[in-house]
Design a protein around this ligand. Structure first.
Ligand SMILES: *[C@@H]1O[C@H](CO)[C@@H](O)[C@H](O)[C@H]1NC(C)=O
Ligand SMILES: *[C@@H]1O[C@H](CO)[C@@H](O)[C@H](O)[C@H]1NC(C)=O
Ligand SMILES: *[C@@H]1O[C@H](CO)[C@@H](O)[C@H](O)[C@H]1NC(C)=O
Ligand SMILES: *[C@@H]1O[C@H](CO)[C@@H](O)[C@H](O)[C@H]1NC(C)=O
Ligand SMILES: *[C@@H]1O[C@H](CO)[C@@H](O)[C@H](O)[C@H]1NC(C)=O
Ligand SMILES: *[C@@H]1O[C@H](CO)[C@@H](O)[C@H](O)[C@H]1NC(C)=O
Length: 443
């Protein structure tokens, strides 16, 4: 892993009422890779091993003092396909060809999904190796495991592994869900069993009506199936809900990992079909790429391609029941900017409740030319609580089920005179406020 100089300027953008993210880093061009010597760098540039304008950051992950970014080999001349920003003693990792996405789990493992492709958007496009899953120990930066996705789990005509979610409820028994956007399919990998299996479902497919997208004045057509993956906190049985959507789609879907983790059931479309649920639609032009679910607030964050925005939706009601309403009305814009949020391409929340978003103008890079006199790539950040303040995703509630249950008792006891439902709600809110104030005062 090379270090990327954070000569990238730290820029503060003065906060607006709602758009509570600020630019942490921005680049005109990824021209700040560190080479061991000046000569090494000059050599790399002169023999075109390194062509700065062909380097575009795509995936993002934050673990302790390091911010990792991936730089896929879209075009020739990519200096390092996995880089990080803070200074540390990283090893060069030549095994990595072209990772799209990475995920650091809470067990200290960095999961790197290597698509195995090089020069993806060039005529010289080729697959160098089968796609691979590489797992690093972040404490030692040693490669713990390299898992090659077997041939029979790939589409011979082309598979493109573009996204990963890791279910790390149990560090000894974690699972990775890998999205093959082209097939489309999910590959489920069991860390314990060291094996994987393919899951296919109609809901992974594209909606042909959603194929046209416009970003930064450029209209293009994509047919990317299942892409956005986000895992909820675990339920009482230890399973999460996987929220997912194809990129070329307006809809959001969900399935329990209880289904995906059961190899036989996961592979049997007849038996599992109805276990996959359609939650609802984001509406026309509601295509979305990356998504991430913050397990502490239960808020799902997702990118909106057309709006140049990050949007949120609460997956649960204040009483921890699943929110059944996935509608435009229940969504809120977290941050929108035609300047700094053009093509939000990865979203993560770190262990300190910081929301991180990487935006990179990808369609302009792919179909036109980036103007290297202006900033093209940005990493924005903000606290989750600030980001969702005053939005539909803000519960304003203390996250503690015991308290909520206690309050329910108070409300129900008061209900004997059968007040109207709006009075009930009023009582409920008053009771909540009283308890919240009491809790704050008692602390
Ligand atoms: C979170 O904060 C602690 C203490 O300030 C720090 O040591 C740690 O590196 C931070 N982690 C991340 C992911 O920022
Ligand atoms: C690959 O493409 C060919 C021709 O389009 C088609 O007949 C075949 O079924 C495809 N194979 C797979 C595995 O999708
Ligand atoms: C798939 O599930 C169906 C219905 O539950 C069952 O009848 C069938 O035998 C299963 N197929 C396989 C290959 O297990
Ligand atoms: C939880 O809240 C939702 C709406 O906020 C309500 O429809 C549902 O009945 C509640 N469930 C329980 C168990 O209180
Ligand atoms: C879901 O939306 C409907 C229609 O807007 C509304 O009547 C209902 O209360 C909502 N339910 C919850 C649990 O928010
Ligand atoms: C931002 O871009 C969107 C989509 O291109 C457009 O609808 C909107 O009017 C623009 N907003 C501003 C403030 O320029």
């Amino acid at each position: 892993m090379y270090q990327l100089l954070s000569a990238a300027f730290l820029v503060m953008v003065h906060g607006m009422a709602m758009d509570n993210l600020k630019v942490a880093y921005q680049w005109q061009m990824l021209s700040t890779f560190v080479y061991p010597t000046k000569t090494a760098r000059l050599t790399a540039v002169s023999n075109k091993e390194y062509i700065p304008e062909n380097n575009l950051p795509l995936g993002l992950e934050v673990y302790e003092d390091r911010l990792f970014i991936t730089v896929p080999r879209w075009k020739p001349g990519v200096a390092a396909s996995l880089a990080y920003i803070k200074l540390s003693d990283g090893d060069v990792a030549p095994q990595i060809v072209s990772p799209f996405r990475i995920r650091a789990d809470r067990c200290g493992h960095l999961w790197v999904l290597d698509s195995g492709h090089v020069d993806i958007i060039e005529e010289t496009a080729r697959e160098l190796t089968n796609p691979k899953l590489l797992i690093y120990d972040l404490r030692t930066d040693q490669l713990l495991r390299s898992y090659t996705i077997p041939d029979d789990q790939l589409d011979k005509n082309g598979s493109l592994f573009a996204n990963i979610a890791v279910e790390d409820n149990d560090c000894e028994n974690s699972f990775a869900y890998l999205a093959d956007v082209l097939r489309p399919a999910l590959v489920v990998y069991s860390y314990q069993a060291q094996k994987s299996w393919v899951v296919q479902h109609h809901y992974f497919n594209i909606n042909p009506l959603a194929g046209e997208m416009t970003v930064g004045g450029i209209t293009f057509h994509w047919k990317d199936g299942v892409f956005g993956l986000a895992l909820s906190r675990q339920d009482s049985e230890g399973y999460s809900t996987l929220y997912f959507h194809p990129m070329t789609s307006f809809d959001e879907f969900a399935v329990s990992t209880k289904i995906l983790r059961n190899e036989n059931l996961a592979k049997n479309q007849t038996a599992n079909f109805h276990e996959f649920k359609r939650l609802g639609s984001r509406g026309f032009k509601g295509q979305s790429g990356a998504s991430f679910l913050d397990k502490k607030s239960d808020v799902l964050f997702f990118a909106s391609v057309h709006l140049n925005a990050v949007v949120c939706w609460r997956t649960t009601n204040p009483n921890y029941t699943t929110n059944p309403n996935y509608t435009k009305e229940s969504h809120s814009r977290v941050f929108m900017s035609n300047e700094t949020m053009v093509f939000p391409n990865d979203i993560k929340v770190d262990a300190n409740n910081t929301l991180w978003v990487l935006s990179n103008k990808l369609p302009i890079f792919m179909y036109s030319r980036l103007n290297y006199n202006e900033y093209n790539f940005r990493i924005l950040k903000g606290q989750v609580a600030d980001a969702i303040k005053d939005t539909a995703c803000d519960s304003k509630m203390v996250v503690n089920k015991k308290i909520v249950d206690a309050i329910k008792g108070i409300v129900f006891n008061k209900d004997k005179q059968s007040p109207s439902s709006s009075e009930k709600r009023h009582n409920y809110i008053v009771a909540l406020l009283v308890v919240l104030v009491a809790i704050l005062l008692l602390r």
